[in-house]
Design a protein around this ligand. Sequence first.
Ligand code: DON
Length: 601
Amino acid sequence: MKKNSIYYPSLILFALAVASCKTQAPSTTSSSKIEQSQGVYQYRDEDPTVKPFFSDRQGVIGRNGMVASAHPEASQVGLAILQAGGNAVDAAVAIQFALAVVYPGAGNIGGGGFMVYRDNAGKAYTLDYREKAPGKASQNMYLDSLGNVRQGLSISGHLASGVPGSVDGMAEAHKRFGKLPWSQVIQPAVDLAEKGFALTERDALGLNRIKPDLNTINPGKTYFLKSTVPTDTVTWHKGDVFVQADLAKTLQRIQGQGRAGFYEGETARLIAEEMQRGKGLITEEDLKNYHSAWRDPIQAKYKNYNVITMPPTSSGGVALVQLMRFTEPYPLRKWGWNRDSTVQVMIEAERRVYADRAKFLGDPDFVKVPVDKLMSPDYLSTRWTDFSFAKASDSKTVKGGMIPGYESLETTHFSIVDKEGSAVSITTTLNGGYGSRVVIGGAGFFMNNEMDDFSVKPGVPNMFGLIGNQANAIAPNKRMLSSMTPTILEKDGKLFMVVGTPGGSTIITSVYQTILNVIEHGMTMQQAVNALKFHHQWLPDKTTFENGAFSDATVQALQSRGYILEKLTNTLGRMDCVLIRPDGSYEGASDPRADNTARGY
Ligand code: DON
């Protein structure tokens, strides 16, 4: 099988190009580095305005298995499956279905996702179970007669949904790699839906927040409302036991009939009826025709690491490799974590990578995506010739690159390593929180609003501010472009790291920083997750950062070179990762920014 791999020695050419076209990096004002002392990583903080970590949460250590996911109940399910003799794929399937129950904002059976899997012999696979546009979808379906975008239609309500892929994806993954019976791995999700579970504070707040949409889009029909009387002020609270009887029945159909329990029969009929009720497009035929796709993983060398990541339909893998290659020649570790020079080369890489994303990336079953070319050092060096440490580049003049012959927020991630060393990295989503907010009547789950990830009109930003072009235009049965970046790294040929996060357009840059935090700055997995993050996506031309991510000196240095910086009031990323430590034990790291939990044994 052909791999999308990079010829490593040509990196030297790129390094030479970097050296010849760069002015000297301005010296950083003071030194702030992560240093390792007797196996413990210390942040040496000479600048009191740097606050590198969101929290001082410690990683979870295990020797036999590790899971990290967005919800404590789902992580517990994954751990129990591993302890019952299940492998990483069994645990992944169990977690995907458990999240559909306990984390309805992003966990799903009405959405889609990507899986990167590396077996314990080192063979890598990726599964694309991304949603598809319905058969009746068309390029201009969200435009009015004057060609203007009809606001909101790709984001909320029945027309916003693509044909879900999650159930088919899990059935495929389990058929090929699962060890425990299908029925056994679905059972924990059935139990959670049937018997209920205690809401966390965050769960309760999330459901209360969408009450107006639930009332408007699903009048009287859903248990996601504590009271179905619209004027009622009753709200969910931490500790309330949340039971989902319709979802339990849907899960039982999937448990008994596999993919047919969702894509045919009762569930398919309920989905199609719901779509007809709300003038959506998905039909029983669309559901029956949906199939996920095994794709060749992107595999790319970075120093003594091998990056195994998701090819298109995600843009994430290509973009991650481009980012890592752009900055590989620079001494980031010597400059220090989030010092001005370090940040500057990363921002400039991000600017160019997101411009390429908008121009070239789309569903590979519909458009030719020049994956190898985009990641090649020769191409990347042509993209870097206008870089200068003296001054910020201008996104108005940075366009997608030239390739000869080429015409031209809620999601959730979980990472698993089992006893044998097989690893799964899955990012799965409904797109926005609770997707389209449409609940399938009688089946009890939210549908995605993934159609907004298409470019509904060239140059018009989607809900993440991303723009796109013909490569990502809507077409019947086409998959919409994604930024999800589930990734596995090998070091010296051995399993090293499992990584990923939600965050829309910021997924790629959060994964990039988390990886660099470990392999360049020497952080533990948990420190890398805790570390504050920043983001640039070409357009809009600004760098957003979590409060505390940059010292005052870094802010001043970047501003003096023309960078527009914006301090965020919210956070970036909700990483769930696993690192293999030098002694072979696993460090599970879950993001302290939300309910994320790592469990190991
Ligand atoms: O596939 C994508 O890139 C988006 N649908 C992901 C959405 C997301 O991460 C929202 N979460 N915060």
